[in-house]
Design a binder for this molecule. Sequence first.
Ligand code: MLT
Length: 330
Amino acid sequence: MGRVAVTDGMDEKAIEMITEQGHEVIVKHYTEKELLSGILVNFDAVVVRSATKLTREVIEASVNDVHGLKFIGRAGVGVDNIDIDTATKNNIVVCNTPRSSTKSVVEMTIAHLLASCRNITTADRKLRNSVWAKKELVGTELSGKSLGLIGYGRIAQGVGNIAKAFGMDLHAYDPYVPKEIAKKNKCRLHNDVDSIFRMCTHVSIHCNLTEETYHLVNSSRINLMPGVGDDGINCGNHLINCARGGIVDEEAALVALESGQLSSLALDVFEKEPAIDNPLFNHENFHGTPHIGAATKEAQARIGVEMTSLIIDFFAKKENDICEKYKIQK
Ligand code: MLT
């Protein structure tokens, strides 16, 4: 029977199911200091979300010649908080749950797209301050505008399909996705990131955070955005990131909000999380949420079920099946 540490929370039913199989589950968030001191050596498996950083040092401290981690489960999609190379070198299996939260993040992105273009959060803030801004808060329609998707995986495709129903034209940049998928979805696939910014008044980020994508959205790219929709409406430029903090250069985005080059910036993810006292929060056209794209009852339940079956399979010594079935996926 195994010992499992769940450090960033997990659906209660999932914890019950793992426990019912006879495994011991400890639900507790550990500080960086505790992780570095090797607290995870006492566990066979750890399940994390994004808050626990399993760096090289932490992973090396989590194994010794006799005991230690054999399984890392990422309850979610992004694995940028896990040093996979170090885990692999130490014979630790790493699995994520890549599909469970797709619908929730798609809906969150659409919510941000609508909220920013129709000033919903700004209007709400004004109402709460007794300001009836009926004349001031004129938005623009999504219809007749171009949406650029940076990354064209499952979430971006879902966002694109809904945006298309609103009457948006779709553009995407993703060097890894087959052309046929984009063609089927009536989305124009571009060979370079810049042309997305040049053509689109609305850009939504859906790639992983890697060395290649760090600050991919910078001032020179934001400055390429046209500000005028395909329908000739002066709709301004709108940027959304519900993928990972660090892909948008927040300082550059703030400068663009201040100059008016960006009419709105909607972020669910931040370079430094938890994001407290971020200078963006003082700008009226910034719309923020605290990394809650996957925070729905449905997504968390699906993540729990998927993670539970991975852990149960792992302890049932089906490690090879797991590796075959659940290689880390974007
Ligand atoms: C994910 O990568 O699954 C999401 O960003 C959710 C999270 O990290 O909690």
